[in-house]
Write a protein that binds this ligand. Structure first.
Ligand code: 26V
Length: 844
């Protein structure tokens, strides 16, 4: 009997079957009856029941990759932000309606149950979310791939605002048992730290290193299923394998404990405890280095084990394995792979270097100097003596080759050297050791080639490539915005879900009044939904964190002006709030003003030690407090800061956004991906010429990109300006700046001190973010926002046009580009015989 295409059992049967399974899991796994089960327990049992649906395809996909002996992609990343796994699974299976019926029958509220899952906050921001969009696209496009990461016990902190001050609360996402993780005891590996590297010769008489007196750590993987969207083929399921040192009792050092060295005793059990704030400057973090190596070493052992399952030598290894290094964090893959090949598998140094280069490629995600990773040589020598020896040797050979090409230019050798001033420069290691380095938007890649890594580009021009980021339209339109999605599908069919280029067909619907009105009505509904969410979930806290007051009343007719992203000086939330102060003053001084009503919505976390970013949050909160309590502007201006931004919060806010703030200093935002998510949901962008904004503008066309402002990166490179002159020429800017000093918003001495510091950063010292230089043109662009918003039909037409031009910003396009040009991998749909076989043996 062939079960493919899957038997379409009638809906009623499917509902009953899930109801049945959920009940059974409630009883057999949780020991509860349906009537007494809490929502959390119900969520758990329901997830276990739904999980059954994907297990067969998960196994079948893995077996298919093995049977076909395909080239596999391994995406290694210290960060992953997948969002809720249950919602992703439901979207992939396209079972939303059915599952709503199941829950209705079991008397549970669908959204409440979905909310029970905690977001795995295993990342800081853009880089982690990109990894998750990519994995979802890889699964949907049925590529043979697997991702690796760490299972941090505490993900990114939970952010609360206590009377405007960010407070970090530990993120205990594992507090209830997680039904979407599979502990794989069989795949446990050991990773070695410290000790002494003892040189010995390998079979080629080359140096290789034994390790003595090392510290051994056991690492256990937990697998998370990532379900691809079901197309004409059976849906694929890929694995996100997360390593943990927590659950291996052998990692605890009893001898150290008995000697009273408690911290040391527990160090290895706690290695994967916390996510580091990689978006903030940090030096000399021993545990972070151990985390990076742990991820690299465990993943490589796993990759090699997988390869050796179907091979008995390494000849085919460079053909079968592709490893993507997500930023430099996993770049120790290069020395560790060389070490394993030369030491454990008797491959010559030369050959091992070639294999490592063929297999690895590296994505750079930031050009900020202070963000480039470097490790103290001493620390690396102590923790990873063998890998350090290999890096030294790689570097020595590299320096020799530079000297050959550029004799008598020792300064150049120093600049290119991987080891410089007692530090290992990880980006240089990644460029040298891998076959491709890519930037994440065109401008970003240009800066990499012409500026940051210019001398590497001179040496290896063919290694550089540009692939603009993308986002998955399944999560960030289909799933989060059902109203807009179904309107789009009604208009152009559902092809856009798996081929976003088809969204261009929407261009035919930018003129008809009925369409424009429908679009406006949908946006309005989305805004009302967000207002309901805010009223319910965004109550304000006092200085002790106690909830004391409801959020302000928000008017659905006002323009929803949204800036949602990490708080960083280069992203210029400070410029945004200065503009709101200017608006406030304008409204106060001129009661007959004609400014449109606005609701400004901020969300985003500041790194815990990033004082300036925290001061910016404080300023936003204080301005919000004053403005929201001022009767004179009520109905015209509201300012909100939504706590604890996350993937799930993004899904709530994005559909309601009308104006998307993408206002970074030109040249500083590598790409941005929130810009794409907001535009895809019908927000218009007010933006600088930075990152992917530039490509979005080109795709959309200048006529429908009306709010461009600010200096370009080239202009900024030459710019010099005097903040004092800007203040003189623009009295409204001067007045807004004054409020930072004159206690207009500061509610106590501490705030006064912090806001004065912000004032000084903008005016006294050289502001590397050029905030005041761009403020006048930002102000003018915001005036254009007002003008266009007063003509809703025109606004709607422009917004639909923006949505229609977002086709190329799907992560499907990005993944196809990586697959073709960097990884050279082919899709590998599930083998029907394998699927049948597993289904016959295990299906019902
Ligand atoms: C790191 C650091 C560390 C030192 C202090 C300043 C600083 C600022 C930023 C970062 C960024 C860390 C890497 C990252 O998340 N990059 C983001 O990657 C996204 C995906 O490619 C991209 O869309 C964002 O523009 C980029 O900021």
């Amino acid at each position: 009997m062939t079960l493919y295409p899957p038997q379409v059992k009638n809906i009623e049967y499917q509902i009953e079957s899930l109801v049945d399974k959920t009940r059974r899991y409630l009883l057999t796994t949780l020991g509860r009856t349906l009537e007494e089960a809490t929502d959390q327990e119900f969520y758990h049992a329901f997830s276990l029941a739904l999980r059954e649906t994907i297990m067969i395809n998960w196994q079948a996909a893995a077996h298919t990759f093995l049977k076909n002996d395909v080239r596999m992609l391994y995406y290694i990343s210290l960060e992953h932000l997948p969002g809720k796994i249950l919602s992703q699974t439901i979207t992939g299976l396209q079972k939303e309606e059915l599952l709503q019926k199941v829950m209705m029958r079991m008397k549970r509220a669908y959204n409440t149950i979905l909310e029970c899952e905690r977001d795995p906050g295993l990342g800081n921001g853009g880089l982690g979310r990109l990894a998750s969009c990519f994995l979802e696209s890889l699964a949907t496009l049925q590529y043979p791939a697997q991702a690796y990461g760490l299972r941090y016990h505490y993900g990114i902190f939970e952010q609360q605002l206590w009377d405007g001050e960010q407070v970090e609360i530990p993120d205990c996402w594992l507090i209830s048992e997680n039904p979407w993780q599979f502990r794989r005891d069989l795949r446990r590996v050991s990773v070695k730290f410290g000790g002494h590297a003892k040189a010995k010769a390998n079979v080629y008489e080359e140096p290789s290193y034994d390790l003595e007196n090392f510290d051994e750590v056991w690492v256990l993987p937990y697998d998370v299923p990532i379900v691809g969207f079901q197309t004409k083929n059976p849906f694929s399921v890929l694995t996100l394998r997360l390593w943990s040192t927590k659950e291996s009792p052998r990692n605890f050092h009893l001898q150290r404990f008995n000697a009273g060295r408690l911290d040391e005793a527990a160090e290895n059990t706690t290695l994967t405890d916390v996510l580091y704030p990689s978006d903030h400057h940090e030096t000399g973090k021993r545990i972070r280095l151990k985390q990076e190596f742990l991820l690299v070493s465990a993943s490589l052992q796993d990759i090699i084990r997988h390869y050796l399952f179907t091979h008995d030598n390494f000849k085919a290894f460079p053909d079968k394995v592709r490893i993507q290094i997500n930023d430099t964090h996993p770049s120790l893959v290069i020395p560790e792979l060389i070490r394993l090949l030369t030491h454990k598998y008797d491959i010559s140094w030369q050959k091992a270097c070639e294999i490592a280069e063929s297999c690895t490629s590296y994505t750079n995600h930031t050009i900020l100097q202070e963000a480039l990773e470097e490790w103290d040589t001493k620390l690396m020598q102590t923790q990873l003596p063998r890998q350090y020896e290999i890096i030294e040797r790689l570097n020595a050979n590299f320096c020799t080759s530079i000297r050959k090409t550029y004799p008598n230019d020792e300064a150049k050798v120093r600049r290119l050297s991987i080891i410089q001033d007692g530090k290992v420069r990880m980006a240089k290691l990644a460029i040298l050791g891998s076959h491709t380095i890519n930037g994440v938007a065109q401008l970003h890649t240009k800066i990499l080639k012409e500026d940051l890594f210019r001398e590497f580009y001179d040496l290896f021009p063919d290694k550089f490539s540009s692939i603009t980021n993308g986002i998955t339209q399944r999560r960030f339109l289909l799933q989060c915005n059902p109203l807009l999605s179904s309107w789009i599908t009604k208009r152009i069919g559902d092809g856009w879900i798996t081929d976003l280029s088809q969204i261009s067909k929407l261009n035919a619907f930018t003129h008809d009044a009925a369409d424009l009105e429908t679009f406006l009505a949908i946006k309005r509904r989305c805004k009302e939904n967000l207002i309901d969410f805010i009223q319910e979930n965004c109550k304000l806290r006092d200085q002790k964190g106690v909830i004391v007051s409801p959020p302000p009343v928000i008017y659905p007719d006002s323009l929803f002006d949204v800036q949602i992203k990490r708080i960083h000086e280069y992203k210029r939330q400070l410029m945004h709030i200065l503009h709101l102060i200017m608006l406030y003053q304008e409204m106060k001084t001129n009661p007959n003003h004609e400014r449109i009503p606005r609701t400004a919505i901020f969300a985003g976390k500041a790194a815990a030690q990033y004082e300036t970013a925290k001061a910016i949050i404080r300023l936003i909160a204080s301005v919000a407090h004053k403005v929201n309590h001022d009767e004179d502007v009520s109905g015209h201006l509201r300012i909100l800061f939504i706590e604890n931004y996350s993937v799930t919060k993004a899904e709530r806010i994005i559909p309601a956004a009308e104006l998307s703030e993408q206002i970074s200093t030109a040249g500083m935002e590598a790409s941005g991906t929130g810009n794409m998510k907001l535009a895809l949901n019908g927000a218009l962008t007010i933006g600088t010429e930075d990152g992917a904004n530039i490509e979005m503008r080109r795709a959309i066309g200048d006529a429908n990109w009306p709010f461009r402002f600010g200096c370009t990166a080239d202009e900024l490179a030459k710019a010099s300006y005097s903040p004092q002159n800007i203040a003189k020429e623009h009295p409204n800017i001067a007045l807004a700046l004054e409020t930072l000093k004159n206690r207009t918003f500061a509610r106590n001495d501490e705030e006064h001190f912090l806001f004065c510091d912000l004032y000084n950063r903008l005016t006294q010292n050289f502001d590397r973010y050029h905030t005041l230089l761009d403020l006048p043109s930002y102000y003018e662009a915001q005036k254009k926002v007002d003008a266009l918003y007063q003509d809703p039909m025109k606004w709607a037409s422009c917004a639909i046009h923006n949505v229609a031009c977002m086709g190329m910003f799907s992560s499907d396009r990005a993944i196809q580009h990586y697959s073709k040009d960097i990884w050279r991998i082919q899709p590998c749909p599930i083998d029907k015989d394998i699927l049948d076989h597993i289904q016959n043996a295990y299906g019902h």
